[in-house]
Design a binder for this molecule. Structure first.
Ligand code: SAH
Ligand code: SF4
Ligand code: F3S
Length: 469
C-alpha cells in the first residue's frame, strides 16, 4: 500500500540533497513524497543547527505536528514523526526526552539505515529510535543508486563533514570528520542525473573544494575539484557545473585554472570570508588573513574575468571592535560582491567562541553592524544586477513559473530570470535580453534566436545555443 511521506527541510543545500536521498531510501518501502503534513504517514523534519534561530524552529514545528498526529490517532491511523539533520545529531537525547511523541531521531550519517529504523518501529508500540552514530561505513556506499528525477538543476554531494573547526561553528560536530566520495562514484551519479534530465549540477560539500576523491581505477593520486570539474564537463548534456561551499584555503591552483579553461564551470563562486579583520579571522581559526583572501579573488578573476563572487559574513563575533568591523566593510568595498549573506554571531553550545563569556558583543551593536553591512552589500547587489541591463545573457530555464507561459531560469551568475517562453523550452539554455534589474531578479525577453526553437528537446538546445553564440 502507498504511504504518504512529508519531508520538511531547513539549512544548507546538503540538507536538500539529503532529504531527496531519504525519499529515495524510503521509496521501496512504499513511501511517496507529498507537499504537506496533512494525512502523512511519516513526517521527517530535516533540521539545521547553525544558528540558534534555526534550531528553535524545530520545536515550534514539532508542537504543530503533535496535534496533527493526535488527530490521526483518533481516526485509528498512525503518523510517524522523525527528526533528522544537524539538530538531531546535536540534541538527539534532549528531543527524545522533551518530545515523547517523536518516534525517530537520527543524524546525517545514518540515512542509509532508515529501513531498519522503520522496521524497529513496526515491531511494536512504544518502540522509539535514537541513532546519532558516525558509522565506519559511508552512507554514500549504502544509499540506493536509483534516484528520483531531480529536475533540470540537481544537487550532488561529493564531500561531507569538516575538519577546520572554526571557533563559531557546529558543523564539525554535527556532520563529523571530512570525507570525500571517490571520483568514480561521483561521475557515475552525475551521469545518472544527466540521463534523468539534469543540465546543471551543483557539487556540494561543507568544504567542497577540499574534496580529494580517490581516482577511478586502482592507481593514481586522489583528484582535486579542478580535475573533477574538467571530467564532468565531458558528460554529454551537462551544460553547467557549480560547487558550494568553498573555503579560501582550499582554492588551489588547479581549481583556479579550471575556471579559465572549463566553460561549463560557471563564473559565480560562493567564497565565504566571514570577516575582514585579521584579528577576528585569527580568533575564528580561519587560518588566513584578509589580504590572502584579496589575492585569491584577484587570481580567480585573472583566470575568469567575468567571475562574480558571493560570501558569508558574521558580525559581532566575540571581541569584535568598531575598528575590526570597519575592516570588514573595507574588504567588501575592495572585493565587490554580486550577492552575500550576513549574520549576527550566534553563540552555539560546545563551540569555543561561545565560551568567551566576557567578550560577547552587545545585541544592539550587532544589529547596527548588520544593518550597515547589509546596506553596503545590497547596494553592491543592485549595482551588479543593473550592470546586466541591455546585455544578452544565456539563461538555463530550469523551472515553470507561477504564471502560465512563464518559465524561470538562471543566468550564469545565479540571478533568477523569469521569461515568457513556451513550455517546450524547459531544460534549454536560451539567450535572454535583459531589460530591467530588480533587487533579487532580472527581467528580460527571449532574444530572437531563442524563439526559433524546434520541439525536440535536445535539438532545441543545440539550435538555441548555437544560434546565440
Ligand atoms: N563551510 C562554510 C560555512 C558553512 S555554515 C564555510 O566555511 O564558509 C554557513 C554560514 O553560516 C557560515 O559561512 C557562517 O557565516 C554562518 N555561521 C556559522 N556559524 C555561525 C554562528 N555561530 N553564528 C552566526 N553565523 C554562523
Ligand atoms: Fe564551519 Fe569553518 Fe567548517 Fe565552514 S570551514 S563548516 S565555517 S568549521
Ligand atoms: Fe545547518 Fe547542518 Fe547545513 S547545521 S547549515 S544543516 S551542515
Amino acid at each position: 500500500m502507498k504511504k504518504k511521506l512529508f519531508i520538511k527541510t531547513w539549512g544548507c543545500q546538503m540538507n536538500v540533497y539529503d532529504s531527496a536521498r531519504m525519499a529515495d531510501v524510503l521509496a521501496p518501502l512504499g513511501y511517496q513524497t507529498s507537499d504537506g503534513p496533512e494525512g502523512a504517514d511519516m513526517v521527517i523534519l530535516n533540521t539545521c543547527h547553525i544558528r540558534e534561530k534555526a534550531s528553535e524552529k524545530v520545536f515550534s514545528e514539532l508542537g504543530r505536528l503533535r496535534r496533527e498526529k493526535a488527530l490521526r490517532e483518533t481516526g485509528g491511523e498512525r503518523m510517524i514523526i522523525a527528526v533528522a539533520g544537524c539538530v538531531a545529531q546535536a540534541e538527539g537525547e534532549e528531543i527524545m526526552a522533551r518530545a515523547p511523541y517523536v518516534d525517530m531521531v537520527f543524524g546525517p550519517q545514518t540515512y542509509h539505515s532508515l529501513p531498519e529504523m522503520v522496521a524497529k518501529l513496526a515491531r511494536g508500540a512504544g518502540e522509539r529510535v535514537l541513532n546519532t552514530d558516525f558509522p565506519v561505513e559511508s552512507k554514500f556506499d549504502l544509499l540506493p543508486e536509483e534516484r528520483a528525477p531531480q529536475g533540470v538543476s540537481a544537487f550532488l554531494s561529493i564531500q561531507e563533514g569538516c575538519d577546520k573547526f572554526c571557533t563559531f561553528c557546529v558543523v564539525p560536530y554535527t556532520r563529523g570528520a571530512e570525507f570525500s566520495r571517490p571520483a568514480g562514484a561521483v561521475i557515475a551519479e552525475a551521469r545518472r542525473l544527466v540521463a534523468g534530465g539534469a543540465r546543471e549540477i551543483t557539487l556540494l560539500g561543507q568544504n567542497v573544494n577540499a574534496w580529494h576523491g580517490a581516482a577511478p581505477g586502482e592507481t593514481g593520486a586522489a583528484w582535486g575539484l579542478g580535475r573533477l570539474a574538467r571530467e564532468l564537463a565531458g558528460i554529454d548534456g551537462l551544460e553547467r557545473i557549480r560547487y558550494t561551499t568553498s573555503h579560501p584555503l582550499d582554492m588551489d591552483d588547479d581549481l583556479i585554472a579550471a575556471h579559465g579553461e572549463v566553460p561549463a564551470l560557471m563564473p559565480f563562486v560562493h567564497l565565504p570570508v566571514q570577516s575582514g579583520s585579521d584579528r577576528i579571522l585569527a580568533a575564528m581559526n580561519r587560518k588566513h588573513r584578509a589580504d590572502d583572501y584579496r589575492r585569491i579573488v584577484e587570481r580567480m578573476r585573472a583566470a575568469r574575468p567575468d567571475l562574480a563572487l558571493s560570501s558569508d559574513f558574521i558580525v559581532g563575533f566575540p571581541g569584535e571592535t568598531d575598528a575590526d568591523f570597519a575592516e570588514t566593510l573595507r574588504l567588501v568595498g575592495d572585493v565587490g560582491y554580486a550577492q552575500a549573506y550576513s549574520f549576527k554571531y550566534s553563540p552555539r553550545p560546545g563551540t569555543p567562541a561561545a565560551a568567551a563569556a566576557g567578550r560577547q558583543v552587545d545585541e544592539a551593536v550587532k544589529e547596527e553592524r548588520l544593518a550597515a553591512l547589509q546596506q553596503l552589500l545590497n547596494a553592491q547587489q543592485v549595482a551588479f544586477n543593473q550592470s546586466m541591463v541591455g546585455r544578452t545573457v544565456p539563461v538555463l530555464l530550469d523551472r515553470r513559473g507561477r504564471r502560465a507561459g512563464q518559465l524561470l531560469g538562471r543566468s550564469p551568475w545565479m540571478q533568477s530570470v523569469p521569461v515568457e517562453a513556451p513550455g517546450r523550452l524547459l531544460g534549454s539554455t536560451v539567450e535572454v535580453e535583459i531589460t530591467a534589474a530588480r533587487a533579487n531578479s532580472l527581467a528580460g525577453t527571449l532574444a530572437a534566436a531563442g524563439t526559433a526553437a524546434v520541439p525536440q528537446p535536445s535539438a532545441v538546445e543545440a539550435t538555441v545555443v548555437e544560434a546565440a553564440v
